[in-house]
Write a protein that binds this ligand. Structure first.
Ligand code: HEC
Length: 154
């Protein structure tokens, strides 16, 4: 019985080592001139909030922590990045149509208001991504005033 248990542990460890060779490609492109921050005048407090809560999954640059590089965590994280970028990639802001930009800003405001973004597992590991009521409000207000600005072309 004891030997079987030891064998099981050994197999588990060997398995963990082997899966480390299967790592997803990292999301670390050099920042593009099309990035939101290079295209628009984003107030500093807003850009800081986007950086600490959204851009890891919604841009071409993820700020990886050491444990993000360990499989199977790396697979889990990569799924979020790939899916998040499919929905919204702020590194491509400059290439988006104006109506898509307006829709994106409205969606961002909605997701924050409904507490859906940033996703819960992310908040658990990134305390800086947990906003106070006031901070959320500030970010939501920015999305709506900026989309209005785009809409009226001012
Ligand atoms: C840990 C990764 C991660 C972070 C951080 C994150 N998102 Fe997302 N986001 C996703 C994923 C995955 C999806 C697609 C699945 C979904 O909608 O739940 C998504 C979808 C979205 C969508 C599209 C929703 C829809 O269905 O129309 C918007 C808008 C969005 N996120 C905004 C934000 C904003 C704003 C922040 C920061 C406050 C943020 N996200 C932070 C991963 C993330």
């Amino acid at each position: 019985m004891r030997t079987a248990f030891r064998l099981l542990i050994l197999l588990f460890i060997v398995g963990l080592v082997i899966i480390q060779f299967f790592q997803p490609e990292k999301n670390i492109a050099t920042e593009s001139p099309n990035h939101l921050f290079n295209q628009e005048q984003v107030p500093e407090d807003v850009s800081a909030m986007l950086k600490s809560a959204c851009l890891d999954c919604h841009s071409n640059q993820t700020n990886y922590q050491w444990y993000h590089q360990v499989a199977p965590v790396s697979w889990f994280i990569n799924n979020h990045i790939v899916e998040g970028k499919e929905e919204l990639n702020l590194s491509n802001w400059g290439q988006m149509e104006i109506l898509d930009k307006i829709a994106a800003l409205e969606d961002m405001g909605k997701e924050i208001r409904n507490g859906k973004m940033p996703i819960t597992s992310y908040k658990l590991m990134h305390p800086k991504a947990i906003f106070s009521e006031q901070e959320s409000q500030r970010l939501i207000e920015w999305t709506s005033s900026f989309s209005e600005q785009l809409l009226t072309g001012e």
